[in-house]
Design a protein around this ligand. Structure first.
Ligand SMILES: [Zn+2]
Length: 199
């Protein structure tokens, strides 16, 4: 059974990755998606793939590429997608996004990483589009924005906020997490001393 991975291009277009080659959509019909090698134009490459219309099954693969594929380039495409996704959906520092995304990357891929200046610019650009508020530097900020008070599935996440001030207490949890807590037999508690316990 041939396997492939779906990803996205930098412009957020669907990208299909298979055997070290990357494909973009050529055309879509009622029952099939036709993919062409990413280098179809540049190298006049004839590599093509067909999937069913919901892109779950690979129906046909013509891998007569006129260039080499590389597993590392697939890995890097997936890394780039991960970086864009975190930058859009998290509010971490640029370097944190990179560090988290580099975990589990193979040595070969690390050796061939794209220029970090470029990666950092991508993160900042995406961050500019994500509309998330700036990270506050103390506890006196006004209100937690609606966007951060619910989960991505729009269920309650913010449980309690004692309000602006240095003694502020905020409790965040999804319903599932509360249930886990309730059903747990042992509770392990962790304190972050920088913000927490003074005595
Ligand atoms: Zn090709």
């Amino acid at each position: 059974m041939p396997t492939f991975t779906l990803s996205t291009t930098q412009k957020n277009k669907p990208l299909l990755l298979s055997k070290g080659f990357s494909y973009t959509i050529d055309k879509i019909t009622n029952d099939k998606t036709y993919w062409k090698c990413e280098d179809a134009r540049k190298l006049k490459c004839k590599g093509r793939v067909h999937t069913n219309n919901i892109n779950t099954i690979l129906l046909h693969e013509n891998d007569s590429h006129n260039h080499n594929g590389s597993a590392v380039s697939t890995e890097i495409r997936l890394l780039e997608e991960k970086v864009r996704d975190r930058a859009m959906n998290c509010n971490e520092a640029t370097q944190t996004v990179i560090d988290i995304c580099l975990v589990n990357l193979s040595d070969n891929a690390i050796a061939r990483l794209p220029n970090f200046k470029h990666v950092k610019r991508t993160i900042r650009n995406r961050r500019g589009q994500n509309g998330l508020p700036k990270i506050p530097h103390d506890k006196t900020f006004d209100q937690i924005p609606d966007q951060l008070s619910t989960t991505k599935r729009i269920t309650v996440f913010l449980r309690y906020d004692s309000g602006s001030g240095n003694d502020r207490i905020i409790i965040l949890s999804s319903t599932e997490q509360l249930q886990l807590l309730e059903n747990g037999e042992e509770l392990l508690v962790n304190g972050t001393f920088k913000v927490g316990i003074v005595n």
